[in-house]
Design a binder for this molecule. Sequence first.
Ligand code: PMT
Length: 402
Amino acid sequence: MSNAKRVLLIVSGGIAAYKSLEVIRRLRERGIAVRCILTAGGAQFVTPLSLSAISGDKVYGELFSLTDEAEMGHIQLSRDADLLLVAPATADILARMTQGLANDLATTALLATDKPVMVAPSMNVRMWTHPATQANLASLKARGTLFVGPNEGDMACGEYGPGRLAEPEEIVTAVERFFQSGSRLEGLRALVTSGPTHEAIDPVRYIANRSSGKQGHAIAQALADLGADTTLVSGPTSLPDPERVRVKHVRSAEEMLAACLDSLPSDVAVCAAAVADWKVAAAANQKLKKGDEGPPSLTLTANPDILARLAEPGAQRPRLVIGFAAETEKVIEHATAKRQRKGCDWILANDVSAESGTFGGDDNSIHLISADANESWPRMSKRQVAACLAERVATHFESRRA
Ligand code: PMT
């Protein structure tokens, strides 16, 4: 299978659409394959024939095209790509992306993808600075969408200001940089825990918690995206397995510990799982019956602490051990004490009070505590938290290599 990177380029309607031809040419010069979706608006400025001639591939445009769907479904279009690039991106497509609309092939592919998305906006200065567009920009950024440009300058409409499409070379450089960042953790092994654990009461009942696994899975994906050889040990979740990640599915804390120890050695371990602190001392082998004696009383006993175990000094200790601290009050104070107690290098404190929506939600507010850092990150999507953490991990190992 070829290792060539593949970009799905979405060309939306704008006077700068002609520049997409140059973007395709330069991407292909660098060995990056390009397949195009042309929106109805885009087709007013550039023809499918010219895009097809330059990209060397068929151009897609119709959501409800029988032939296109038979050859290449809209889901397959994004599945086949390593990056979705929207260039130029109009104010309209940004708004539709923010809303999660799927009313043409381009927005359907964007909604259906789990691949990174890069956007090169292009529009009139007043459309760009309008609070609606700026709010859309902020929420797309919070979801992890990458942006290149827009630039400031003279516009086709005769006005001056920000809104000009970034130059093709800038867009191509941003794409190249994005692909190169995929090797920053190459040669390193990462172990991530995610999700809740289920502690059996009897064969059909268990004790669990509200963790969805979104944060841990996103971290595994972000580390793998930077090239780490990644193992994810996941408790029961409804999430699909991250791509290019070895996944070990477990139920209980005991199983999670065994799977983690079995995954060593590792250079970095990130414990994002919400592991049950206690399990039922003697889980019943048969389903407990509702008898005359009333509800059963359950005796709990402590579960192993996976993070503390991984952080124990020894030959197998990962060089960087990162824990989470799920707190509902005195977040920083409790997390600082937890880092010391568990012996991990960094701890990511998050507020999990009911009103925070952290458990199960899409966003998180992180406070990173290490021996030499104590910093609050702005509230962002869990994917973005994962990307920031992966960046920090890469910088940590790079500074040690230097
Ligand atoms: O899954 P999501 O819905 O996306 O939510 C994300 C999250 C809130 C679960 C995640 O961001 C998070 O905070 N994970 C840690 C949850 C937790 O169990 O926190 P804690 O403060 O109880 O534990 C501290 C650390 O010890 C954690 O790294 C935990 O993985 C680890 N631990 C705890 C108990 C135990 N028996 N073994 C452990 O390894």
